[in-house]
Design a protein around this ligand. Sequence first.
Ligand code: NAP
Length: 241
Amino acid sequence: MITGASSGMGAETAILCSQLGASVILVARREEKLIEVKEKLEGNGHIIFPFDLSKVDEIEGLVKSIITESGALDGFVHSAGISSTRPLKMLKPSHLSEVMNINFNSFVEITRCITKKNCFNDGLSIVGVSSISSTLGNQTKTAYCASKAAMDAVVRCFAKEFAKDGVRANTVCPGMINTDIYEKFKDNAGDSYDAEVRMYRQYLGLGEPADVAEVIAFLLSNASRFITGSNIGVDGGMLSS
Ligand SMILES: NC(=O)c1ccc[n+]([C@@H]2O[C@H](COP(=O)([O-])OP(=O)(O)OC[C@H]3O[C@@H](n4cnc5c(N)ncnc54)[C@H](OP(=O)(O)O)[C@@H]3O)[C@@H](O)[C@H]2O)c1
């Protein structure tokens, strides 16, 4: 099950997982985009579920419908997310809640629902798409960085709570990746966006969605069976500079 599967890293992960033999459940708001991604998948048994994850109270019903239709899950990737650029002076509680609901609260609620009895198979792997921003922080990015740092923190809790059930949980922390969110981020930053300075730190250059999808697929697979409770950087060297 992949949230944010209508574009960017979520879509790329869906395509790669299908090539590796998975039946994929695709969740996001834009139905037409989900259909487009589904058409690119290999194999059978893929299902789309258009849904707005900001409606956190309705997620339990969504998960029930998904499990009824698809059966128990082997993996969950939370790639749904929104960016937010707001000076603290302008960060009203309602906006903070909106960012937390989509980026973080829905991640916790889906995990709560899918880790119930008979909803998952042995070896379930949970992967949250966090961000290197969770460690770096940045001006005007309070809501976004907080939501991603919260994801990094809870996978350590999930990992410990569900280890006895054969469940693993990790986040990937991408640097700058060539997707719609990155384009919006650059637009919002306007003249203050200095690509050279940013790329100086991310010295492998701008990442592509496939760079992150490969790492997610590894974390979903049994090849990573000894990795849990980790936050894995996929950041073109950013944190090391
Ligand atoms: N690109 C980067 O540089 C970068 C770096 C670090 C981390 N990230 C993180 O990577 C994740 C994926 O982003 P991306 O870069 O691949 O950008 P993207 O192409 O804009 O993908 C964002 C996805 O989230 C979904 N989404 C947004 N709000 C939603 C809602 N209310 N309910 C359900 N789905 C919702 C969108 O689908 P719909 O619009 O169809 O709902 C879309 O599929 C995000 O969590 C982002 O924070 C991105």
